[in-house]
Design a binder for this molecule. Structure first.
Ligand SMILES: [Zn+2]
Length: 112
């Protein structure tokens, strides 16, 4: 996650620097056909843009992954009828996992 943000910051800073550099580089036209120098500068610009893009994708990916993990966590905590497995569906008492009969109300928990 931190690496992704670092990529975005470095990529944007690098891109801005390269664009400014290319803008001031009046010796070259930066139009095809490219010289080696122009190719190198454009390559660095593409690398910086790609770095920023990779950072953005990394952040999106980690957010999506986190959401999926949260959703999975919720599903795993639910029983067949959408009732939390570790809570007595009758009286709402928190039950330790593996408890078959509620110690408060005597509700018999069915194995899912
Ligand atoms: Zn109960």
């Amino acid at each position: 996650m931190i690496v992704s943000y670092l990529c975005i910051v470095l990529g944007i800073m690098g891109s801005a620097f390269m664009i400014a550099f290319i803008g001031q580089d009046t010796r070259y036209t930066y139009a095809p056909p490219f010289t080696d120098h122009e190719m190198t500068m454009l390559f660095f610009l593409v690398v910086c843009v790609a770095l920023a893009a990779a950072g953005v994708l990394g952040v999106i990916f980690s957010v999506v992954k986190k959401r999926q993990e949260d959703a999975l966590q919720r599903i795993q905590n639910m029983g067949a009828e959408g009732v939390r497995k570790d809570v007595c569906p009758h009286c709402g008492l928190n039950l330790a996992s593996g408890v078959k009969v509620c110690p408060r109300c005597g509700y018999k928990k069915e194995d899912s």
